[in-house]
Ligand binder design. Structure first.
Ligand SMILES: Nc1ncnc2c1ncn2[C@@H]1O[C@H](COP(=O)(O)OP(=O)(O)O)[C@@H](O)[C@H]1O
Ligand SMILES: [Mg+2]
Length: 236
């Protein structure tokens, strides 16, 4: 059974239908990319998976539970974390306080261990742990957001455009960290990315979403080498 299973969901905002009959899966430990043009519904799919929107039809299962009608706080308790596309840190809190917010469910003892692991992964955050997150660069904020999501030791992390607005050096650094987090029994990752080639290159599988519908799916290399996907969605 896949870790995450989205079965034919239809979802949108009010009366507007954005996703139509969208299906996808993520296996435990896998990195899966969702790519597609602006406005395709990628963020809407992430929000639906995390319970911020409830599908009108179809169902979503996570780790053996039907989460179609559950709320985000219940979904977090099952082991899923979400790093939104924007506004993903508490700007008035320090780096360390942001990490602690990510782990409000944890007991004190495990808190220190988890923080130490995040600081090993992102030494920059350790140096700046007393700094307010709002004073940090885009790349550093992205590290804070990823660190906070990892504090709960999730089974699945949803990341919506982790490289958006970052310099090329920061983009490579964030992608390297994502691969590193995933290695050695790390969590599965479901990643929405505009940097489609880079993202597919580190993914075992991917999906192309266009106009709210499944358009292509395949292995990372399969999609990267598909001439039609290349021409339409990877810039030739
Ligand atoms: N909160 C919202 N209320 C109404 N429409 C929205 C909202 N968020 C997104 N949309 C619309 O849903 C469509 C898909 O948006 P989105 O899921 O953000 O696409 P993507 O992430 O692929 O760029 C767009 O037409 C967008 O205008
Ligand atoms: Mg989006």
């Amino acid at each position: 059974m896949p870790l995450l299973e989205v079965n034919g969901i239809t979802a949108g905002y009010g009366d507007s239908e954005i996703l139509r009959d969208v299906s996808m899966t993520v296996e435990a430990g896998e990195i899966v990319s969702i790519i597609g043009p602006n406005g395709a519904g990628k963020s809407t799919l992430m929000k639906s998976v995390f319970g911020l929107l409830h599908p009108k039809t179809g169902s979503i299962r996570f780790d053996g539970h039907d989460i179609t009608h559950r709320e985000p706080y219940q979904i977090v308790e099952l082991g899923m974390c979400y790093v939104p596309q924007v506004a993903n840190v508490f700007t008035e809190l320090t780096v360390e306080e942001n990490l602690e917010m990510g782990a409000f469910l944890l007991r004190e003892a495990s808190l220190e261990d988890r923080k130490a692991r995040i600081y090993d992964l992102f030494p920059r955050l350790k140096e700046r742990r007393r700094q307010r997150a709002g004073k940090m660069s885009g790349g550093e904020r992205q590290m804070v957001a990823m660190g906070a999501a990892l504090m709960l030791d999730p089974k699945l992390v949803l990341m919506d455009e982790p490289s958006a607005g970052l310099s090329p050096v920061m983009v490579s650094m964030i992608f390297e960290r994502i691969a590193e987090i995933n290695r050695n029994d790390g969590p599965a990752m479901l990643i929405v990315e505009q940097n489609a080639k880079l993202s597919l290159a580190m993914s075992s599988r991917g999906y192309v979403l266009a106009a709210g519908e499944n358009r292509f799916e395949g292995t990372g290399p399969g999609l990267l080498n598909d001439p039609e996907v290349g021409r339409l969605y990877l810039g030739g």
